[in-house]
Design a binder for this molecule. Sequence first.
Ligand code: ZN
Ligand code: ZN
Ligand code: FE
Length: 751
Amino acid sequence: MARLRVTVEGIVQGVGFRPSVFRLAAAHGLTGWVRNRPGGVDLEIQGPEAAAAAFLRDLRALPAPVRVDRAEAKPQPERGDETGFEIRESGGDQAPLPVVPPDLATCPDCAREIATPGERRHRYPFTNCTYCGPRYTIIESLPYDRPRTAMKAFPLCPDCAREYGDPGDRRFHAQPVACPACGPHLRLATPDGAVRSERDAALRDAAEALRRGEVLALKGLGGYQLLVDATSPAAVGRLRERKRREEKPFAVMFPDLGALRATCDISDAEAALLASPEAPILLVKRRPGGAVVPEVAPGNPRLGAFLPYTPLHRLLLESTGRPLVCTSGNLSDEPMAFRDDEARARLGPLSDLFLAHDRPIVRPVDDSVLRLDADGPTLLRRARGYAPLAVPLPGDGPSVLALGAHQKATVALRFEGRAVLSQHLGDLGSPESADLLARTVEDLLAFFRVRPERLACDLHPDYASTRLAERLAATWGLPLVRVQHHHAHGAACAAEHRLRGPVLALAWDGTGLGSDGTIWGGEALVVDGPAFRRVGHLRPFPLPGGETAVKDPRRSALGLMAATLGLASLPRILRDAFEPGAWDPLQTLLARDLNCPRTSSLGRLFDAVSALAGLRRAPGFEGQAAMALEFAAERAAPGGTYPWAFQDGEARVADPTPLLEALLRDQAAGLPPEALARRFHAALADLALAWARQGGLRDVVLAGGCFQNALLTGLVMERLAASGFRVHRHRRFPPNDGSLSLGQAAVAAAS
Ligand code: ZN
Ligand code: ZN
Ligand code: FE
């Protein structure tokens, strides 16, 4: 006989962990108890030693969404009076730490139920259990109990109540449990609100409309989505036109893994990620000649693919029988609609039909986007399935509310040795998105019951996030720490990896206001807590027209050439790519230095080189030209690089003049753009090494939107590791501006 006290840590709250422990104990014939405690779960088991050992083995291997990171067992004196195993209420007088479970994709058991005729939840689109279903999108406040969720309006029927109360049932204490007798229902309506059909008929009619090529607005898990047939060029074209989104790729949802494999080339690891409880959009390789039309992601070798993650999506995809474009319900640059009235107003003009239901969405949560790289996943958008899981942050310090920057906005809350990041909120360019930011701040503070002692924001005075931070700081009488953009990038990556000492940060991105008033983005910074030092940067060049250059790579090329080889060296073909009448005014801007902000942005250098190499000579969406350069480089075999000239002083300034000279020489010699692109990537790895040496520190962190580029990231990591540097890249947070709030929080806490 043995009695063990087991301390468990990991993802063990809000995921049906205690009932799982209960069932495991019963299966092994053990007595004892289990209860939640701040930051984890405690349990005791008593029984034959072999049974206890088997229990521990099974406990550590519990399937997702549970994740046991640590299970430490200590022997205890045996007890003679125990007869069974009990689930105890949370222990002690300490309030349990608020653990907010993310939304989880449909589990295999629930999937089986909705597919089985005769089951009472057959074809019921709101089926869920303790292992799956809505969480963050339905919780109004903590602790997480049904009366504080969007399910409060749906009293349990006797059958559901029995399941909810039975510790042996997989719906034991499943807060959103529902069935056709007591839960939410579907209705299909026209944009003016006229109901076409309800319940299962609504689902079948919606599938029929999709097959006809119509645009469907679907009330999904964390917001409204727009769906069309991904195999129809006309349907995809209709959606692009109405959404005013010309070339930006759409994500595609496939009915199942088999259908996905028919269109995309995926590894087993990618398949596992797609089918995980997080069920993210995964960027995967497109197979030539698949069913999905090229218009879905023009010029892109990858496709954002995902699998149905709610029973509603599952049933709809199954009824439609083909892959569907499934994109956030918004106009370009606005946040996703999630309330019924705003969805009707904003998406009405975009959609032919609305498939909605009567379960409110408490907060908008978009789909997460990932890519699986050679050394593990890269998060590109952190939302459903990941937010708002907390990460431990090193050090004590005050509680901080950080508001991020402007693009891919998130809010971070640092308290009690951890940081919580909101879900991705999108860009803050519209009044609606500024409003969403303010509501998210209120939401997070109320949710975690934190009173910040400090606020943090970007240096940029005109961001909606900065203005909100200033307003809140004035209202609450709190200090506001303004954190330089690239300092925050470096600090975010250092925080994620819990690096305490100074690090060299390669902060490479498109735009961030520098502390000298120019636009930075090709930076090497020594980041040391609240301070940083610029030890390297790209030689600044002018951007004719400023912001407009972000979407027009030709302007970056023009400014770069003007500052280096001179405009006479600009390839004729690029000059001819400007619209008639556009060339002369741009010349004037440059010559008179009007509206030509200086930038050391690596993102803009990417754009310029993409235009010079002939890969993108037209305006497009932000990042499009840089992506074209990345994809071209991926098609080329390695070989060759381009030289830099360095101006050594306080900072090592990298001058791309010799690089451009060599690139144009290659081009004149007839080398394909792919080879130019590849050599440019190699040159950036050389630059990373030169700057890492300049930093003189062993730990190097890679952050900023440029490191969304898998090839660049891989080359830089390899190059630096080979020279003995310890290189860290973002893994649990995105390399782009989505992590800035985390970095700001870390800097402000150390200030
Ligand atoms: Zn389930
Ligand atoms: Zn029911
Ligand atoms: Fe950035």
